[in-house]
Write a protein that binds this ligand. Structure first.
Ligand code: UT7
Length: 333
């Protein structure tokens, strides 16, 4: 039986730190509200006018993952790029990342799935490698959300949360389950598509964007925060248990849980419901905000670099977001 495993990770965030105090100067919010409701103290946004796109952050994270894995550009046969904030409507970020890294990759796949983009990408990489179709797959999740946020009082619920960043993993073959992606579990419930979405530009309208739509702010992302929050807490618990049950292990066997960094209160609710000790649940939302698809690989990379995930560690990844989509992965590193 053939398996896949994570061979290396990398990440990249913009240098510009945006504190809560800076946002308080621009919109009607407060340090107390942001910290109490979200746990976020600062986030990274690209420098205004810098022209940095999500493919740039993604390429940097990808290069670092390749170096970490010791895999040469010529060995990668598939690039999977996940983002909700691509540089262009088309072509997708996979094409741009392949070009920027000079990868001789014969194939690329672009994944949406928002906060679950990395998990969906990892699952596709795992399936291709186990099927023997690809040997080395680069999975990149990257976002530049700051240029698409409504930095006015109207958009304050979204603007204080979302941020820019990228994370990547090189996935390759493994001979045994001692170092392998043990299982991935993906879910969707499209009845909630409009509870967290960005409506415009839209191919349902001609032209796809008008001055009226811009004036109404309907090109900005919008969220039914309370509904998303409630579902996130339930679905993430379920997905963790699903991954553990599928592999006959328990929470006590876990080295770390790496949850999508959506909101610190969501993470704490999931942690408390599962009765996991604080030390086993990874959080970095305080410093990076919600980087959507990038949040899991960014946190995973930090944990590996900090020595919190030595070889043989059992790690569970779990995410929930727009769609709704959610899922988990159980990995023996
Ligand atoms: O990553 C993808 C998945 N995303 C998530 O999982 C996010 C899920 N949702 C959330 O994290 C939370 O719902 C939010 C952080 C977005 C909002 O927190 P909340 O505790 O659910 O607040 P709320 O939406 O119920 O709003 C409470 C109050 C409202 O005022 P009133 O109507 O009570 O007077 C809002 O207008 O907080 C107000 N509010 C703000 N106040 C200060 C909303 N945003 C802000 C703000 N600063 N930035």
């Amino acid at each position: 039986m053939r398996f896949s495993r994570i061979l290396g990770t990398g990440s990249s965030v913009p240098a510009r730190v945006v504190t809560n105090a800076e946002l308080c100067q621009k919109i009607d919010t407060s340090e107390e509200w942001i910290v109490e409701r979200t746990g976020i103290r600062e986030r990274r946004w690209i420098a205004e006018g810098s022209g940095i796109g999500s493919s740039d952050l993604g390429a940097e994270a990808g290069a670092r993952a390749l170096a970490d894995a010791g895999i040469a550009a010529g060995q990668v046969s598939l690039v999977i790029a996940a983002t909700l904030s691509p540089d262009y409507d088309f072509p997708g970020n996979g094409v741009l990342i392949q070009r920027k890294l000079g990868l001789k990759a014969p194939a690329t796949i672009d994944v949406r799935q928002q906060c679950n983009g990395f998990l969906y990408g990892l699952s596709i990489a795992d399936a291709f490698i186990r099927a023997g179709v690809h040997q080395h797959v680069l999975v990149v999740a990257s976002e530049v959300q700051s240029t698409g946020l409504d930095v006015t009082d109207r958009g304050r619920d979204m603007t204080v949360i979302f941020a820019d960043g990228a994370g990547a993993a090189v996935v390759g073959p493994s001979d045994d389950q001692a170092h392998a992606i043990l299982s991935t579990h993906l879910h969707v419930d499209g009845t909630h598509a409009e509870d967290l979405w960005c409506e415009f530009p839209s191919s349902r309208h001609s032209p796809r964007l008008t001055k009226e739509i811009l004036d109404e702010g309907r090109h900005y992302p919008r969220m039914n925060g309370r509904v998303v929050f409630k579902h996130a807490v339930s679905r993430m618990q379920e997905a963790v248990n699903e991954a553990l049950d599928a592999n006959g292990v328990t929470l006590a066997d876990l080295t770390l849980l790496v949850p999508h960094q959506a909101n610190l209160r969501i993470i704490h609710n999931v942690r408390d419901a599962l009765k996991l000790p604080e030390a086993k649940v990874v959080t970095n939302i305080e410093r990076y905000g919600n980087t959507t698809s990038a949040s899991i690989p960014l946190a995973l990379d930090e944990c590996r670099k900090e020595g919190r995930l030595p070889a043989g560690s059992l790690v569970c990844l779990v995410a929930f977001g727009s769609g709704f989509t959610w899922g988990s992965a159980l990995i023996r590193l």
